[in-house]
Design a protein around this ligand. Structure first.
Ligand code: SF4
Length: 362
């Protein structure tokens, strides 16, 4: 017998079947779902939204993920690697503008020069901000030793998206070789958690070959893994990638958008005290996409503070918004957007995952 949405939402735990039903909600049921997830957000997280100033400092990447616009095999990308002084200048901007935290993100490299450079940058960012800026890094798969080194240099959160927790689907969206192994991704996530990072992951929503059951399993995977933070967004196809050949099989962009909001809402109900980012990709589909996500469950936003000249070259997907705004414009625009979503910015606060704090006390 099919349960009503009211019955499902009263349960302490959701089964895969319950989640699929929530993800397929009718318009009326979606309203009930979003009301519930907003209430839970306000009760457990409050109305504060935390800034993570995003610095996408290089699009050099050794990998070839089949969905990504800056994959090594794409010859049509203008490759860039911002000088350390510029990165530090962006960090100083974040500090002077009362941001609590930064995200350092780039394509994946693990050569010694890169590893040492990141270590130095982390120490310098800590120093220029009197240890006040929190630092999240999102630099892909690395050895346990590298993760430990960066942790010791001052990074305390790490975002490594699993992209899909279904191994078969993961293999369909990555080349079939040892550099793109599902097991390696899983072991990296475990190492991050073991070292003591606030560990974040996420998935793409609306991938070719992906089913509602896959997405429900992704949410169950995040809960089972006891993840602290999540950044997930709609899959947006890029014409210079191998997955583009399946573009006619995709659900339309609006449906991907709605499905992403539902995923965020269900996850907020399942994991009440984690940090959930409102992904930039939502804004690529709906100009108010990020505000909508903040209303129904997200509490983190990542204003792009990468020097403007390079933003257009960090296109993991096409139609990415805000690639020609300066960091000042970006911050002002964010403030207005967050006020619109009835939120308040937690200036100068790290806004750490409450879930992580509780996990540490166990
Ligand atoms: S998704 Fe990340 S690791 Fe994969 S090709 Fe793109 S930048 Fe490189």
């Amino acid at each position: 017998m099919t349960k009503s949405i009211g019955q499902i939402l009263k349960q302490e735990h959701f089964t895969q079947k319950d989640i699929v039903q929530l993800l397929k909600s009718s318009k009326e049921d979606e309203k009930i779902l979003f009301t519930k997830s907003s209430e839970i957000k306000l009760k457990y997280i409050g109305k504060y939204v935390y800034f993570r100033g995003l610095i996408e400092f290089s699009n050099l990447c050794k990998k070839d993920c089949l969905y990504c616009g800056i994959r090594a095999g794409n010859q049509n990308v203008n490759r860039y690697d911002i000088a350390n002084e510029q990165i530090l200048k962006a960090a100083k901007f974040a500090y002077d503008n009362k941001y609590g935290s930064l995200v350092l993100q780039s394509g994946e490299r693990s050569d010694k020069i890169f590893v040492d450079r990141i270590s130095e940058l982390l120490k310098e960012i800590k120093s220029l901000s009197n240890n006040e800026l929190g630092i999240t890094i999102s630099l892909g798969e690395q050895s346990e030793e590298t993760y430990q080194k960066w942790f010791d240099c001052g990074a305390h959160r790490y975002l490594l998206r699993i992209e899909s927790s279904n191994k078969e689907l993961y293999q369909k969206i990555h080349p079939n070789n040892k550099d793109h192994s599902f097991e390696k991704r899983m072991s990296c996530l475990k190492n991050l958690q073991k070292i003591g990072y606030q560990t974040g992951t996420g998935v793409m929503i609306g991938l070719p070959f992906q089913t509602y059951e896959d997405l429900a399993n992704d949410l169950l995977f995040m809960k089972e893994f006891d993840i602290d933070m999540v950044g997930m967004g709609p899959f947006i196809e890029h014409s210079e990638t191998p997955l583009y050949q399946y573009k006619d099989q995709l659900m339309n962009l609006n449906d991907r958008f709605r499905l992403t909001l539902r995923m965020i809402a269900v996850l907020r109900i399942m994991m009440k005290d984690i940090n959930i980012a409102s992904a930039t990709a939502l804004q690529a589909i709906d100009p108010l996409g990020r505000e909508k996500a903040l209303r129904i469950g997200a509490n983190i936003i990542m204003p792009n503070i990468t020097p403007t000249a390079e933003r257009a070259n960090y296109l993991l997907y096409q139609n990415k918004p805000c690639i020609d705004e300066g960091a000042d414009d970006c911050t002002n625009c964010m403030e207005a957007r967050i006020n619109m979503a009835d939120g308040e910015i937690g200036y100068r606060q790290w806004g750490d995952s409450l879930h992580f704090g509780k996990r540490q006390q166990k």
